[in-house]
Design a protein around this ligand. Structure first.
Ligand SMILES: NC(=O)c1ccc[n+]([C@@H]2O[C@H](COP(=O)([O-])OP(=O)(O)OC[C@H]3O[C@@H](n4cnc5c(N)ncnc54)[C@H](OP(=O)(O)O)[C@@H]3O)[C@@H](O)[C@H]2O)c1
Length: 298
């Protein structure tokens, strides 16, 4: 049995669940849960009222133009998603600062070479996106003693974080940033935001960490920025094409760390209760919680 079906029916065994493509009666489907569904799949269900993402990201649903406007799009959230991302980003920041990737490579060549590091408080970290995940990640880094700035669409006031908002303040945010962490949603405004123009505004020698979506990054601009010394390295969990194709230039770069989209994974049992609640709210006409604002794109 699918782990999702199992987790949902453990909460309410009465809920009938069909797993695509074995859907017996398309007219009976009123609520769907999806991840990277095929295009045009969702316009096959005339009575669909709401669709939930299986994770924090909803770009795979918003980009499906066949999904009728009347269908609510919602997402799930769990403490574990934030905790996993905190662990991933903290691990990346510490590995970058303490040169762990270099030392691992050096060991293969029996090379004993020490690399310098500055004071923790002198490490200028910028977090793009201060939402459900980015906000707590920025807070955790500040608690560890790093000097943290954050950037969001609307103004935020977060304890210990130097907050900037909107395109007008992006330049000031970047001037304060040496290690840039992207935790933005993928929208028409944020697609391709990690580009050469942005890298040029950062404080050198820069690093970027992208754990949001692959299409935030312009791949060829990253290669150029690394080759020209604008950036020192990149730590990437997400890619415009996943799995990253075997012939992609990122694979051969020692200063690009690659992880296979594992920063923070949704576990069915951690979010099944939210899905059941949203399913029942949808059927009763109340509408689900955590509905995505289609005009904002997140
Ligand atoms: N790699 C993984 O395993 C993994 C796991 C989970 C999530 N993710 C990704 O992590 C990202 C963040 O998720 P989340 O749940 O934290 O998102 P969220 O709660 O929707 O927060 C989005 C944040 O980005 C800001 N933002 C949106 N558009 C902006 C713009 N045009 N300019 C400046 N700031 C903008 C928002 O500003 P306001 O505060 O003003 O609204 C908000 O602070 C998503 O891309 C998600 O897909 C990746």
């Amino acid at each position: 049995m699918s782990p999702w079906k199992k987790a949902i029916q453990k909460i309410d065994p009465e809920i009938e669940i069909d797993i695509w493509p074995a859907i017996k009666n398309k007219e009976r489907i009123q609520f769907a849960i999806c991840w990277n569904q095929p295009d045009h799949l969702l316009d096959n269900f005339p009575n669909l009222k709401a669709v939930s993402s299986l994770g924090a990201g909803v770009d795979h649903l918003l980009s499906d133009e066949s999904l009728p406007e009347s269908v609510d799009i919602c997402r799930v959230y769990s403490h574990s998603l934030v905790q996993q991302m905190n662990e991933y980003i903290t691990g990346a920041v510490i590995s970058i600062r303490r040169h762990f990737a270099r030392y691992i490579r050096q060991k293969d060549q029996q090379q004993w070479q020490v690399h310098g590091r500055g004071q923790v408080a002198g490490s200028r970290i910028g977090v793009m996106g201060l939402g459900a995940i980015g906000g707590p990640v920025a807070g955790r880094l500040a608690q560890l003693g790093y000097s943290v700035s954050g950037w969001s669409r609307t103004s935020r006031d977060l304890n210990g974080i130097n907050c900037f908002a909107g395109r007008g303040e992006l330049g000031n945010f970047l001037r304060n940033t040496q290690t840039l962490i992207c935790l933005l949603p993928l929208t028409s405004e944020t697609e391709g935001i990690l580009n050469l123009d942005l890298f040029k505004q950062m404080q050198p020698p820069g690093w970027i960490i992208n754990a949001a979506r692959g299409n935030h990054l312009v791949d060829e601009d990253l290669i150029y920025a690394l080759d020209s010394g604008l950036l020192e390295g990149a730590w990437l969990d997400v890619f415009s094409e996943e799995p990253l194709p075997g012939n992609h230039p990122f694979w051969n770069r020692p200063n690009i760390i690659i992880t296979p989209h594992i920063a923070s994974l949704t576990q069915p049992e951690e979010v099944a209760e939210q899905i059941v609640e949203n399913y029942k709210r949808t059927l009763s006409g109340m509408g689900p919680r955590k509905v995505v604002d289609r005009t904002k794109g997140y």
